[in-house]
Design a protein around this ligand. Structure first.
Ligand SMILES: Cc1cc2nc3c(=O)[nH]c(=O)nc-3n(C[C@H](O)[C@H](O)[C@H](O)COP(=O)(O)O)c2cc1C
Length: 178
């Protein structure tokens, strides 16, 4: 049974919400990292991500300038890093060194991978749309990497106020001819 409530109340039932970290290159060659919860797959072939990135974020400025970025899936042990990356602006803070996130070279773009992430996706900017108050950044995946540790739990926001927790993927066996 459903009861009509206001939109603000109902949207609080959206959790869990996935969270990703987005890396970009700063003008001085350093790396910036930002937490993004508004993320979805926008195309499967070719694979594209859609990120809702506030236009006040340094990341937004850097993506428009460089036209490339990495989307990384943090694991459940990376909550402190995600909260730090998601609460400080990178204009005047080297978030990577401050929270000790390890980075490694990407295959095709300058923005680096997050070494310990569950998976990393190198993206080229396709377009930016603004259907409402938040710019939607669309990136085409041109290279992908996964952690050699299978079964790592991904990090999700599980309740309002950036309450983070791990969610483990189920191992699904696909039946032949099924
Ligand atoms: C769990 C979490 C999810 C977030 N999701 C978003 C989001 O989807 N879009 C956004 O613009 N900011 C989001 N933020 C806030 C940004 O990460 C934050 O404004 C950050 O300081 C921007 O960094 P930058 O200015 O260095 O790019 C989120 C923060 C946290 C902790």
């Amino acid at each position: 049974m459903q009861k009509k409530v206001n939109i603000e109340k109902a949207i609080r039932r959206k959790y869990p919400e996935q969270v990703v970290l987005v890396t970009t290159v700063k003008p001085n060659g350093g790396t910036n990292v930002m937490a993004v919860g508004w993320v979805a797959i926008a195309s499967s072939e070719p694979l594209m991500f859609m990120l809702g990135i506030d236009d006040g974020a340094f990341t937004y400025e850097l993506i428009r300038k460089n036209r490339e970025f990495v989307v990384a899936f943090p694991h459940d042990g990376m909550a402190a890093e995600v909260l730090f990356a998601g609460s400080r602006h990178g204009h005047d803070c080297d978030k990577i060194s401050k929270c000790g996130i390890k980075v490694s070279k990407a295959a095709k773009i300058k923005a680096p991978l997050l070494t310990d992430a569950v998976a990393n996706f190198e993206c080229k900017l396709v377009d930016i749309y603004r259907p409402g108050d938040c710019p939607l950044v669309i990136g085409r995946v041109i290279a992908a990497h996964e952690n050699v540790r299978a079964g790592l739990k991904r990090l999700y926001t599980v309740a309002p106020g950036h309450k983070l927790s791990g969610v483990k993927p189920a191992i699904v066996k696909i039946k032949k001819n099924g």
